[in-house]
Every structure is written in structure tokens, then in C-alpha cells.
Design a binder for this molecule. Structure first.
Ligand SMILES: [Zn+2]
Ligand SMILES: [Zn+2]
Length: 274
């Protein structure tokens, strides 16, 4: 079965493994009626009202980092070099990290609502990503051993599994490893985030050599974690690494204003959307 989402050029496939799990989850729902992860309404895992409040980052987006722009090209962040994502070939996200999606990701990550990953993976499968049309290898951003043990699962791996099945791509859940535990990134500046995760990953060259990789994570703030993991994959011989996240942090209005002033000083278009 193919599902075409209105307004999106991408046709989503539903292979049998994904469909089988959906049937299983439907059985679980009969026994234990779910609560919407966005608003708490009983009877839905993620209700239609919450789904409709998630605004996809639809094209045109920045050709480098995937941030929405007024016209094709690069966003202010990339033009000004404010958010370096190298060695990623590019970065795309399904939506901004706010509202019901933020609640849903919180449930997936911290409340053990692992079934939600398959629901949210549909959003990833809808992202317009050229690499997903080829024979790319899907790899989740790994957790450190301690965090994996305490949480019991890697939410990025669950999302990567659903995404790869929906797009008919191969998935290598263990292709990258976080060999060093990293501090939580929440309270760190962009530079501190990059230093925190630099060199924290390693990758299996037998799996990734020569491959175009789609590196999947749940949230992206500065792209530092994805870039550090991509560096390990490239060092192991990957041909290219694209980042794909379910959500990304919106740009704070004060920072946006700062960027526009800087762009104005450099003679860039001031009306360029971030
Ligand atoms: Zn809801
Ligand atoms: Zn950009």
C-alpha cells in the first residue's frame, strides 16, 4: 500500500514488517487504550488534532541545513557560517521541536512509549530527502552504553527502523557506536556542544565503507552530535552522510534578530528567512 500525503511529493511505502507491528500495536491498544502523547486524549496514540498541529518543514528549505527559507539556496545560519554541520553532506528535519511533537518525543524518550516511534517514523518518511530515494544505509545516532542500559532502548534506533522500513532502505542499527559517555547537551553553548561530543563515536568500516548513510536522530539543536557521529562514519570510509531528524530546535527570536543584523552588516538580504 502506498500513502501519498497531501502537499508532499513523497510516496510512503508500508512494507510488511511495519504493517505487522502496526497490527500488533492495535492489539495492545485494545487491551490498554493509549493516551495521545501530544494532548493526553484517551483512545489515540497521537490524535488527529495533534497531528494537524505539527507543521512540516516543507520545501523550500536551506540546501545545506534544511531550515525553511523564502527561496531556494542557503539560510542565514549557513550563509554566515553560524551553524557548521560538516562533514554532514546536509541535514533535514521533519518539523520544529515544539507543541504536541515536543510532548510526543518526550514520551518516546523518557516515558517508555516505544510504540510511538512507528507513528512518528511516518513523519521522517515524508521528508523530501534525495538520499532516501537511492540505495542508502540508515544508521541511528547511538546512545552510550550507560544511557542505553538505564533507558532500555535507543529512541533513534526505533525511529530509524520505522523510517527504513517505510522507505524500503537497509538499516544498520549498530554501524556506529558511542564509545565515550557524553554529558547532556541541554545547558551547553554551541561551541561546548561540539567539544562535548568530538571524538565520542566510532564506526564499523566493514558496514559503512563506500555507503551513502542517512544518520537518524530524534532531535537536533546545533547539529553537533550528528556532525561528530558523521565524522566517525566518514573516517570509516562512508561515501557521504546525510542527517535526518524528527525535529529541530527553532531559532530563538533574539538570535534571529542578531543574525539579521549581522547579515545586514555584510550586505546580505535582510528579508531572508532563517
Ligand atoms: Zn492529541
Ligand atoms: Zn542552512
Amino acid at each position: 500500500m502506498a500513502v501519498t500525503v497531501p502537499g508532499w511529493p513523497v510516496s510512503v511505502r508500508w512494507p510488511w514488517r511495519y504493517r505487522t507491528r502496526q497490527a500488533l500495536w492495535a492489539g495492545v491498544d485494545l487491551l490498554f487504550p493509549p493516551q495521545c502523547a501530544g494532548c493526553g486524549q484517551v483512545g489515540h496514540r497521537f490524535c488527529a488534532a495533534c497531528e494537524s498541529r505539527v507543521v512540516p518543514l516543507s520545501p523550500p528549505v536551506c540546501e545545506t541545513c534544511g531550515h525553511p527559507v523564502e527561496q531556494p539556496g542557503q539560510c542565514l545560519l549557513c550563509l554566515l557560517g553560524t551553524r557548521p554541520i560538516a562533514p554532514l553532506a546536509g541535514l533535514r528535519s521533519a518539523a520544529f521541536f515544539d507543541g504536541p511533537l515536543q510532548n510526543a518525543i518526550h514520551s518516546l524518550k523518557y516515558k517508555g512509549d516505544i510504540i510511538l516511534a512507528d507513528t512518528l517514523a511516518v513523519r521522517l518518511a515524508q521528508v523530501d530527502l534525495a538520499a532516501a530515494a537511492g540505495d542508502s544505509l540508515v544508521v541511528p545516532v547511538p546512545l552510550g552504553q550507560a544511557r542505553l542500559k538505564s533507558r532500555g532502548y535507543n529512541q533513534a534506533a526505533l525511529l530509524a527502523r520505522g523510517f527504513s522500513e517505510l522507505r524500503g532502505l537497509r538499516c544498520a542499527p549498530d554501524a556506529a557506536r558511542r564509545w565515550r559517555e557524553t554529558d547532556t547537551q541541554v545547558y551547553l553553548s554551541p561551541a561546548e556542544r561540539r567539544a562535548n561530543v568530538a571524538g565520542a563515536f566510532e564506526s564499523d568500516l566493514r558496514v559503512v565503507r563506500g555507503q551513502t548513510i542517512i544518520l537518524v536522530d530524534d532531535v537536533c539543536t546545533t547539529g553537533a552530535t550528528l556532525a561528530a557521529c558523521a565524522a566517525a562514519l566518514m573516517a570509516a570510509g562512508a561515501a557521504a552522510v546525510w542527517g535526518l531528524t524528527l525535529s529541530r530546535a527553532p531559532i530563538a527570536p533574539s538570535w534571529a534578530e542578531q543574525l539579521r543584523r549581522e547579515a545586514g552588516r555584510r550586505g546580505r538580504r535582510r528579508d531572508f528567512r532563517l
